[in-house]
Write a protein that binds this ligand. Structure first.
Ligand SMILES: *[C@@H]1O[C@H](CO)[C@@H](O)[C@H](O)[C@H]1NC(C)=O
Ligand SMILES: *[C@@H]1O[C@H](CO)[C@@H](O)[C@H](O)[C@H]1NC(C)=O
Ligand SMILES: *[C@@H]1O[C@H](CO)[C@@H](O)[C@H](O)[C@H]1NC(C)=O
Ligand SMILES: *[C@@H]1O[C@H](CO)[C@@H](O)[C@H](O)[C@H]1NC(C)=O
Ligand SMILES: *[C@@H]1O[C@H](CO)[C@@H](O)[C@H](O)[C@H]1NC(C)=O
Ligand SMILES: *[C@@H]1O[C@H](CO)[C@@H](O)[C@H](O)[C@H]1NC(C)=O
Length: 494
């Protein structure tokens, strides 16, 4: 391991899905590159799971977590503003506090950050690094395809006359697969009138302003999109800075928690016969959809583990901010399921209210499929365990993930009509479940998922692509340190 005196300040936006990958990056910088790290988080008031995650006792000595007070944005966004709008506004308003916290760290703790790393929602804080004279990076806790769409959005905005949603033809992103507006475009781009459209454009312009981009994939996962991003004839025109694919970084398994009944049950099932059904920490279904899903699972006669949440009353964006608050103890969730469902499926199914230790479940040999909302952390957890998926995006960016999984990586199936448009009917659910759990197509999907599992594991090992990319990133950052000390970095380019 190289000796560095790098101290990275990481700025992290709210939400489990954002905090987990940043934490994992922080840990890896500590353990593999000998960094010291301070992570600045803006917690949501509502999330108990989040507080548990941030309980610092479990972290290496060189990793500090500083919680910034959540700014009050109630007067700044419409009461019904969507998640993206609220998050970007929070991260915008937190800037003065963040700057002050950096000063405090230097003045009172004598720890000087040597670099700033922000996540997708933090790009407006990049100029703060300039005030401190340190290099700045953007960490995309997602994939290269998403990065491509983000980076190219401002150009699309200029090119396309009229609304994306009205386009008849797919959109060309240079060097990438075509995007079909209906299926692939994130909510934000479909609605100009909404503030989140502008927020996306700002992020798209903000990302390339870092001195480099870290991304939570590995080189071998998306070679084509990465090549396009680095080629000046394609997307490289818009990104002049190096891209470091350093993933897949994921939560380690939480073996300290009691394994519980679900594992006793899984232990008794044959290998690769159980489909795991979960929509992540912020996801919920409509009541009608929940009922169809129950019937679909039952009709498929495949084994399942289903993490159920109460159906949504308002909308998915609302549950993002209230998830974790829900008090499951006094609410028997099986009341939302069809009459007799629990009895009829008692031999093939296991229903868990609210939360399951997902990483461990996906790693269990009995689990052979995952019905997922396509959040990127869930997706990575599935791929790195070699488990094929039913892609069931609930909102926003998740639909891009769904396309990537089905069409580019070939490790998932999805419904004909997207779940965010229409209730997916029981017959189609039955068919999809059967498709990934048995039959030819299922084997092919599983094969590809397993190949990706091995290539991801290899990338992280010494000499693997992500291992090397993280070393290169450190070298890149070191050049700035030397430059600050009067050494010309151009003489040092690796
Ligand atoms: C959630 O988002 C939808 C559009 O995606 C919007 O119509 C709705 O008003 C939002 N609701 C809340 C409570 O944020
Ligand atoms: C099931 O999977 C486990 C772990 O991969 C393996 O050790 C075991 O041999 C498998 N069992 C059967 C019956 O194939
Ligand atoms: C990511 O991790 C959380 C926390 O364990 C988990 O509950 C969830 O299913 C995953 N997905 C997202 C999008 O947060
Ligand atoms: C929940 O309700 C179902 C059916 O109403 C019942 O069979 C089950 O025992 C209840 N579970 C708990 C934990 O109370
Ligand atoms: C979790 O850790 C245990 C013990 O170290 C190991 O046997 C198991 O394979 C791990 N599971 C995952 C999710 O990697
Ligand atoms: C996948 O979904 C997550 C939200 O759960 C998002 O953060 C990520 O950027 C998405 N990736 C793509 C390719 O859309």
């Amino acid at each position: 391991m190289e000796i560095t005196n790098q101290h990275a300040a990481l700025l992290c936006s709210p939400g489990m899905g954002h905090i987990i990958p940043v934490l994992e990056l922080g840990k890896r910088l500590v353990t593999h590159q000998n960094f010291t790290v301070t992570i600045f988080v803006v917690p949501l008031h509502t999330s108990k799971a989040e507080s548990e995650l941030l309980d610092a006792s479990a972290f290496p000595h060189s990793l500090d977590i500083i919680k910034l007070p959540s700014p009050d944005i109630s007067g700044l966004v419409e009461p019904d503003a969507v998640v993206v709008t609220r998050l970007t506004e929070m991260m915008r308003q937190v800037r003065p506090t963040f700057r002050a916290a950096l000063h405090d760290m230097i003045n009172f703790r004598h720890r000087c950050p040597t670099m700033l790393i922000v996540d997708l929602f933090g790009t407006e804080s990049l100029p703060i690094a300039e005030e401190f004279g340190i290099p700045k990076y953007v960490y995309i806790a997602s994939n290269a395809w998403f990065l491509s769409v983000m980076i190219y959005s401002p150009t699309l905005d200029e090119q396309v006359k009229g609304k994306f949603v009205d386009l008849k033809d797919p959109l060309e992103i240079p060097g990438c697969r075509k995007l079909f507006p209906e299926l692939d475009i994130v909510d934000a781009l479909l609605d100009w009138s909404n503030q989140q459209y502008d927020e996306h454009m700002l992020m798209g312009r903000g990302i390339p302003k870092g001195d480099g981009i870290l991304i939570n994939i590995w080189e071998e996962l998306e070679p084509k999109s990465l090549a396009a991003l680095r080629d000046e004839n394609f997307l490289g025109r818009f990104v002049k800075v190096p891209i470091f694919p350093i993933g897949p970084l994921m939560r380690p398994n939480v073996s300290s928690i009691p394994r519980g009944d679900v594992f006793d049950w899984l232990d008794k099932q044959p290998n690769e016969t159980v489909i795991y059904v979960s929509f992540g920490s912020g996801g919920a279904l409509s009541y009608e959809q929940m009922v169809e899903l129950a019937w679909g699972l039952e009709m498929s006669q495949q084994r399942f583990v289903w993490v159920i949440r109460p159906p949504i009353i308002s909308s998915a964006n609302e549950t993002f901010f209230t998830a974790g608050n829900h008090n499951g103890e006094d609410d028997n969730l099986t009341k939302y399921l069809p009459k007799g469902f629990m009895g009829r499926t008692k031999d093939i199914g296991f229903v868990i209210p609210l939360w399951a230790p997902q990483v461990d479940v996906l790693a269990h040999p009995s689990v052979g499929g995952f019905l997922t909302h396509c959040g990127w952390n869930s997706t990575l957890e599935s791929i790195t365990n070699g488990v094929p998926m039913i892609a069931w995006p609930l909102y926003a960016e998740q639909r891009l993930n769904a396309t990537l999984l089905t069409e580019e990586l070939g490790v998932a199936v999805r419904s004909k009509i997207p779940p965010w448009k229409n209730v997916v009917k029981r017959e189609e659910i039955e068919e999809m479940v059967r498709k990934i759990m048995e039959g030819e197509e299922g084997f092919a999907l599983r094969d590809r998922a397993k190949n990706l599992k091995f290539s991801g594991a290899k990338a992280l090992e010494q000499g693997g692509s992500s291992y090397d990319a993280l070393s290169l990133f450190t070298k890149h950052a070191n050049m700035f340190v030397q430059f600050a000390n009067g050494v010309d970095p151009s003489s040092q380019v690796p």
